[in-house]
Design a protein around this ligand. Structure first.
Ligand code: BGC
Length: 763
């Protein structure tokens, strides 16, 4: 028996070894091919590979008429373009590839990039929503669907996942982010990368991913997009960089640097981030693309005097590809011929880009991703929609459920569905909607109608209108204020109904790029309507559709049941109905803290203690504590928070030892019991605190979690292993390691409510 096991082990080890040798040989062969191609390339052709253009015309139509696009067209033909973005459809991308492959001297195929962020045509929940599932499969499968659809349409490279840590809900791009915590963000980001790329980039159903935005874009001052970032090295290393390191280790094909400056240096000009850390210490082999126009923006930042200097600073710092700034195109030839930039620096950048093209199989068949037949079958397929619905229901978070108002009965009730957001087939599609068809989501009211039996009466009216005019990715949104013309209809319906499902929140164009807000409450006439409805019917369930954490203390105070439903994608209405009627017991947990008011931003659970934390301010009766005079410090709903239709009780926290050495492992266990009457899932969360460090440490840090499903009355012991690595961090000198001393281990159902015990780490 023993020898059989050893044999199996040996085979496994050998297979692993052979696989790694196989990968090495493949990499070696690719490197040879890349070098051979590189040796044939002229200076102009090399620079061309670093040039990323946006497509501005129909590739299946006539030659572009305007001068700008005509110039792009000629550049592609001459081999002056390495990659394109926003070129669409299987036929369109095929034409673009043809232009490059059939006309340029060396016939090098294009990378075709696109923002496939939370779906291509079948929309998944926004990334912040997916993060609320705390489930890698949600991310992985969603990205797989997106990759299958996008790749059939000719896209071979996505600008995702976005893994910016965000603590300030004023920033509109919170919707794209996995939230405020580096552990959860790393966990989700790894799964997104794996979903997009699969195990083999040359598989025509997978696409190259891009870890963005490197780095600290989410720390824009005052939550204003594109604003300055001023961040300490400790926060950068311990909070912002972990998901990027994880993505690099997971073999993400590319990185995108961020728009912001960091420590006075625009990120795309940061040698520290790109050369020293990413390509140096992390030994990252993929390439770095700059964000849209950002190399040119070095001049606006006041970091480069002109195009020549911007080109010099960006390339030497490690930005390999120029997205639409046209700076490399206009500077690199002069910089290399005057020997200001060594050819080896240029070659390194080109080599990285060509390697990904080989890995994608584009040199074997440049048209492998442009498959009109597959495109027809793949987009919005039944299977893709099934996965979207599953992801959507797992992303919903139950915030409040007084007197078990939820789940609702499907039988014989009168349900008033109120709110323009409930009728919208568009808002749930979200902000980074790629090729989603306008108005193609299942609306909330449709979802409810699909779910109920014939005797149930479902009525609907808008109640409020949130926006008017254009709703577009690139344009400002107009919020409607003071239109209460449909209030009376809504009140009438509410009066006649057993229960009101009231959809409140944000239009999807209130969040996303360039959508920062100073007010993160509910806009327009939504609150007025809520108070009017409460006068006639107390049985109100609010479904909150939004792309950021909102400040909603009045809702929490007055509404008995609240569901956070984000912008859930194509199947939104069905998924919300699954939860409203109890076909799915909500299991999501918040990936960001919900503040009480905007003045608390930035707010996050893993903050420092400070020298004067609030301990008991009222007894003290004095003001000299770190507090607000008009609000508690704590969030309305903390990170990790989310209820279920059943209840869970935590007890018996125990640790295997109270003193652990650096090479030991400590087991922390806790008993979790389902004390309600429904089967439910609970995400059991492990936090630690390092009481004293060479630099101050957060009061709490997530270090693990496990999702368990328990039957009514069932209890289970959940165990976590704590190793030296769990306790390590980037210390005062930025080395990664632990420091001996006292630690707390905390386990619970959210970041605020935990059982706690202490242990010591000894040398
Ligand atoms: C965004 C990126 C995006 C790029 C290409 C930029 O404005 O910041 O996240 O990938 O545009 O569309």
């Amino acid at each position: 028996m023993k020898s059989k096991r050893s044999l199996v082990l040996l085979v496994l080890i050998l297979t692993g070894y052979m696989n790694s040798i196989g990968a090495e040989i493949k990499n070696g062969r690719t490197a040879e091919k890349v070098d051979s191609l590189l040796s044939k390339m002229t200076l102009a052709e090399k620079i061309g590979q670093l040039n990323l253009y946006a497509g501005g015309w129909e590739f299946t139509g006539p030659v572009p008429a305007d001068a700008n696009n005509q110039q792009k067209y000629e550049m592609i033909k001459s081999g002056g373009v390495g990659a394109m973005l926003n070129v669409l459809t299987a036929d369109g991308t095929r034409e673009a590839q043809k232009l490059a492959v059939e006309n340029s001297r060396l016939g090098i195929p294009l990378l075709i990039g696109y923002d496939v962020i939370h779906g291509y045509q079948t929309m998944m929940p926004i990334p912040l929503g997916q993060a609320a599932s705390w489930e890698a499969e949600v991310a992985r499968q969603g990205a797989q669907v997106a990759a299958r659809e996008a790749s059939a349409s000719g896209v071979n490279w996505t600008f995702a996942p976005m893994m910016d840590i965000v603590r300030d809900a004023r920033w509109g791009r919170m919707m794209e982010s996995p939230g405020e915590d580096p552990y959860l963000a790393s966990y989700m980001s790894k799964a997104w990368v794996e979903g997009f790329q699969g195990g083999d980039l040359s598989n025509p159903e997978t696409i190259a991913a891009c870890a963005k935005h490197f780095a600290a874009y989410g720390f824009a001052e005052a939550g204003r997009d594109y604003n300055t970032v001023d961040i300490s090295m400790q926060t950068l290393y311990n909070m912002v960089l972990p998901p990027f390191k994880t993505a690099s280790d997971a073999g993400v094909a590319s990185f995108m640097n961020s728009f912001n400056e960091i420590g006075g240096v625009p990120a795309n000009g940061s040698e520290m981030l790109q050369r020293k850390l990413l390509k140096g210490e992390w030994n990252y082999q993929g390439f770095v693309v700059s964000d849209w126009g950002s190399i040119g923006e070095m001049i606006t930042h006041g970091y480069a005097a002109d195009t020549l200097e911007a080109g010099y600073k960006a390339l030497t710092a490690g930005s390999d590809m120029d997205m639409e700034a046209r700076v490399y195109e206009n500077s690199l030839e002069a910089l290399v011929t005057s020997e200001k930039i060594d050819m080896s620096v240029l070659d390194d950048a080109v080599r990285r880009v060509l390697t990904i093209k080989y890995d994608l199989g584009l040199f074997d068949d440049p048209y492998r991703y442009c498959d009109a037949d597959r495109e027809k079958k793949e987009l919005l397929s039944k299977e893709n929609l099934r996965i979207a619905r599953e992801a959507a229901r797992k992303s919903i978070v139950l915030l409040k459920n007084e007197n078990n108002l939820l789940p609702l009965s499907k039988k014989g009730q009168t349900i008033a569905v109120i709110g323009s957001l409930a009728g919208s087939k568009d808002v749930p599609l979200g902000s980074w909607r790629a090729q989603a068809i306008t108005n193609s989501a299942v609306s909330l009211v449709e979802g409810i109608q699909n779910a109920v039996d014939k005797k149930t009466q479902v009525t609907f009216t808008n109640g409020y209108n949130l926006t008017q005019g254009n709703r577009e990715f690139i344009r400002e949104l107009n919020i409607v204020e003071g239109d209460q013309s449909d209030f009376s209809n809504a009140i009438e319906l509410a009066k006649k109904s057993d229960v009101v499902v009231l959809a409140l929140g944000e239009d999807c164009w209130q969040s996303g790029e360039g959508r920062s807000q100073t007010d993160i409450g509910l806009k327009g006439d939504q609150m007025d309507l809520m108070y009017e409805l409460l006068k006639v019917n107390k049985n109100i369930v609010v479904t909150l559709m939004n792309g950021r954490s909102l400040a909603i203390p009045e809702l929490d105070e007055n509404i008995p049941a609240i569901l956070e439903v984000w912008h859930l994608g194509s199947e939104a209405g069905n998924a919300i109905a699954d939860v409203l009627f109890g076909d799915y017991n909500p299991s999501g947990k918040l990936p960001v803290s919900f503040p009480r008011n905007v003045g608390q931003c930035p707010i996050y659970y893993n903050h420092k203690n400070g020298g004067r934390p609030v301990t008991n301010p009222h007894d003290a009766g004095m003001v000299f504590w770190s507090h607000y005079t008009d609000s508690p410090n704590s969030p309305l709903y903390p990170f990790g928070y989310g209820l279920s239709y059943t209840s869970f009780e935590y007890s018996d926290l125990s640790i295997s030892t109270t003193e652990m050495g650096t090479s030991d492992r400590l087991t922390a266990s806790v008993k979790v019991k389902n004390t309600g009457d429904k089967t439910g899932q609970e995400t059991v969360q492990l936090y630690i605190r390092d009481y004293v460090g060479s630099v101050t440490r957060p009061v709490k840090e997530l270090k693990g979690f496990e999702k368990v499903q328990l039957e009514p009355g069932e209890e289970r012991v959940v165990k976590f292993t704590i190793s030296n690595e769990t306790l390590s961090y980037y210390r005062a000198d930025l080395s990664f390691g632990s420091e001996p001393g006292k630690f707390a281990v905390m386990i619970g159902g959210n970041s605020q409510k935990t059982l706690t015990t202490d242990f010591r780490l000894v040398d």
